[in-house]
Structure formats: structure tokens, C-alpha cells
Design a protein around this ligand. Sequence first.
Ligand code: AMP
Ligand code: MG
Length: 598
Amino acid sequence: METIEGLILAGGRGTRMGHVDKGLQPFQDATLVAAVFRRLAPQVARLSISANRHLDQYAAFGVPVLPDATNDFAGPLAGLEAGLRNATSSLLLTAPCDSPFLPLDLAARLLAGLQEANADVALAVTADGQRHPVFCLVKTTVLPQLQAYLREGGRKMGGWHGDLRVAKVMFDDTEAFMNINTLNELHQHADLAVADAQRLIARAVTPVAAIEKVALRAALDRVLAADIISPIDVPAHDNSAMDGYALRGADLLPGAPTMLAVTGIAYAGRPFEAAIQAGECVRIMTGAVMPPGCDTVVAQECVTVDGSTVRIDAGVVHTGDNRRFAGEDLARGSAALKKGKIVRPADLGLIASLGIAEVPVQRRLRVAFFSTGDELRSVGEPLDAGSVYDSNRYTLYGMLQRLGCDIIDMGVVRDDAAALEAALRTACENADAIITSGGVSVGAADYTRDVMARLGDVAFWKIGMRPGRPLAFGHVTSNGRSACLFGLPGNPVAVMVSFYFFARAALLQMMGADAVTPPLLQAISSAPIRKKPGRTEYQRGIFSRTGSGRIEVQLTGAQGSGILSSMTQANCIVVLHEEMGNVAAGGIVDILPFEGLV
Ligand code: AMP
Ligand code: MG
């Protein structure tokens, strides 16, 4: 594969954004140029940034920053020229700093197009007929052609090619080439992508260190705090996989029946210890230790017995058949189970098979949670006009309990700064993690933000997802104790979805467990689904196996984020990824079955 260098074009004047430096505009969790950087960097061997202002801020990416040679803001071509002059490889790939969704295989596809057409320049064309000359892969030998064009006053990104051979490479993911040109568009797309939020959270949490030793049975569903090292070989001896006759493979006659004399019996737990001689065999039961000298077992149904002689026809058994080796399940000194594994029933059995009675596990994670809202009433209280029963604490209880956490239910906290601060402090001083619901959406009381910010480092994100767009995440500290905080939205479905897709993995990580994300399955959508590209949607679905053995999914009725019955009817979440648009009936979608999730 040829070496490709990348160049981010960030040298423009940002005219349509009020002359701001476009690349440095806040976008999602960072800046526009950072989003482009993140997508382009893995595709190229080296990266530079063409910029004309705020050079030090661009230099913070740790790559060369190239100002134009002409200082009249001659547009992207001047940036390309600077890039070509500084290039050290034969190919240069450009992308503009305002295309934060650019394809992750831009380089690969343009290179294929370039090579196929034996061209000098490959540029992207999308299905809507649009050419994208700023997304181009060029041979660095084109520099003189570009310089001549610039000298003549040419400034058009699409106009400099002259006699060069240009390959137009078709991309059907039109959305990925979207440019952000106005502040309005910037705000529309400023939501943090689900995967980015997940990544930021994963980076910010660390496992709780404490370990305890528990009796084997009590280790069920706990997280192993150390590898379980096998003190023995399992099985301890070579043994038989069949009821039959143990023999020496060397005695088997090729092409003729073999006659052997039965000299004894080996039972499981009662070995036959004498060595056998040529022409002898031993009746043996499944699991019995292989008698000395024997290396093969012939199943009893494959032989003919005549008194104390067995006859084995040619070809029914071969040397080494039906013999299990000592240590073939587990070798002494090897790790039978790895640290971080959640102990399931099979693991209990395996540990028992090693004779181990006590197991080191991580201490349980302590999670405090409360609901916020003046309108909330607890079960058992009368429901006055305008109030609702608090359901979030019950779904959270269920999910946390299933995850194996120690839980501290702190009830309902009023919409009041002092009450919220007091609750957060108590939670923080008693738990490793805090989960709140309500009060984090833009419309909700702003004091949440103030209080949480006062107690620590908490980010208020808008995530590109439905339901569950607002999410607060960070750490809070009180009296020297610190805890990880998830401020989930208030809507009951949003609480569960945010828990499954953000809190769950982070809590498992804090528990010291391997972040086991269950695989998404593919299902056929039985009906069309409406979906807007640019955000992830989590819809509630019911999946089943059709007569022909395919997995089919159908959405539960109303999908509003307050409609909890949609969650109880559903057996899975239909995950409609960020880039997806409408799904046709019969289209394939990803689903995440609830069973096994917590
Ligand atoms: P909020 O995020 O606080 O604006 O709440 C959004 C919506 O979710 C409102 O309709 C709340 O009444 C509702 N809600 C908030 N917390 C709970 C809860 N614990 N149980 C049930 N509904 C809730
Ligand atoms: Mg509220």
C-alpha cells in the first residue's frame, strides 16, 4: 500500500460564520477540526493542517501547521499548494476542517479509484451528483500544474486540473460529506455522538481497588479479582472417553482382524495398575485411568467378545482413539479463569473441579441513586393533582440489583439547590457512583448545573440520540470523598436507555469486570421505520423467530420517551445508528435483546 499523507484544510476566512476561525469552533466534545482530525488521522501515515490564523492552537495537535505561501487567503487551493510543497510522500489526501462526518474509508476508496484509473487526482462524487473537489487524493507530482494555475489567478478548487487525469470516485454515503457552513448548522450538529460519549466515559472511570475472599458459592455473579490458577491437571490422568477396551495401538493389525486377550477391568476411580503385554487388553469404563502401556480405547460396540478374547475388525479403531490426555481441559499452573470475569454457574463448577473453596472477588460497587422533581410522589403516598409516581427509582433499583451493585436508595429530592447539594454530598460520601434522574435537560432548572459544577467536574452533554439526549457525567467530591456521577434524564424510557448505553458499561468497568457489551443481533424489520440521519435512535421492539428461521422485529406501539409500557412490552431495543435514514419493510436492523443485559 502506498503511503498517503493527510492535509486538513483549515485556512479559510469563515466568511459565512462571521469570520470566526471555523476549525476552532466548539463542536461536540471538542472543536470542528478535532472531529476531522479524529476521522482522518487513522487513514493516513502523517497529517498536517493548513491554517492561517491561531497557528499555535492548531499546533496543539502535534502535527505540522502550514500557512499559505500567498497571504491573501487564496482559498483551499493555497492550502493544497502549501501541503504539496511540504509533502514527503507521493500521495496527499485533503479534507476540509468543516466536514466532521467524513468517511472513515475516504483514503482507501479514493486510492482504489486513483489506481484503477491510473489518474493523477481522485476526487469524491456523491450519489446526489455533487462533486467534492476538496476531498481529493492527489499525486504530489501535480504541484507545478497547481502553481501555474494559481499564478494565473485561478482560485477554483474544481478548476485547476487542466490536463491532469482525474478519477471521480463515487460515494453513496452523501451525508458523510456534509459541510458545516453556518453557525446555525454548527449548533444543529453540535450534539455529541453516542460512541464519543461512551469513549469519554470509559476513559474517565477506574475500577474500585478493594478485594475480598468469599466462599465458592457466594462468588456467583461476582467479579473475579485475580486469575484462578489451576493447582492440578484436569483431568489428572490420561483416561478413557468410552466404555470399551484399552489396548496398545501397536497391536492392531493392518487389514486383518486383531484378537486380544482381556486381562482385567479398569473402573472410573478404580484403576487397573498392572502393565499389559503384547496381545492383551483391559476392559475399561468411561473416565477410568488408562492402564500402563495402553494408548487406545476401542468402543465396546465395535468389538466381538468370545469368552475372554475380543475380536476387533480392521479399521474400526486407530491408535490414540478415545483417549483423553491428562491436563487437556486445564494444565496445572495455567489460568483457568481470568481476573475480571463475572462468575457464572459454569465458572462455579470449573472452580470446584479444581478443588478451590475460596475465591477472590472485587468488593461490590456501592451505587447511590435518587430522583429529582417536585412533581414526584413515592409509592404509598396520595397522588395529588399534577403529580406523578416516581418510577425511575424502581427501574434503577432493578437494573442496579441485577448488575450486582450494593444500592443506596435515597428517595425523591425536591427541585431545590440546597436539597440537591445535600443529597449529592451524602451520596458522594457513601457511594462509588451516583445516579440521578431528572433535572438535566435544557429546560429543567439550571441550578442542577450550578450545584453539580460546584461539587466537582461535571459535563452537561447533549447526545445525538433519542430518547435520552441530555446527560450529565463527571465526578463530584465532598469531604474528601469522590464519586462518579451520572445525571440521567427524567423521562422513564430515557432513564433506561441511558443506563443501558452509558451507565452499564461504566459501572461494570468500576466493578473491575471486563466491559462485556452483548453483541447486537441482526433482525428483519417487519414494517418501515422512520428515522432521521445524524442521531442514534433507540426504539423498543419485539423480536421473534419466523417459521423460516429468520429473526424478525416489530416496534412496540407508541415510542414516546415517557411511555414505560413500551419497555415492558418490548424484549429488545432496536438500535438505529447515527448515519441511518428510514428503514424499509424487510430492511435489516440491529437489535439488542434485553435478556442478559443486566
Ligand atoms: P426532567 O428531566 O426533570 O425535566 O423530567 C422529564 C420528565 O420526566 C417529566 O415529565 C418528569 O415528570 C418525568 N420524570 C422525572 N423523573 C421521574 C421519575 N422519577 N419517575 C417518573 N417520571 C419522572
Ligand atoms: Mg424535573
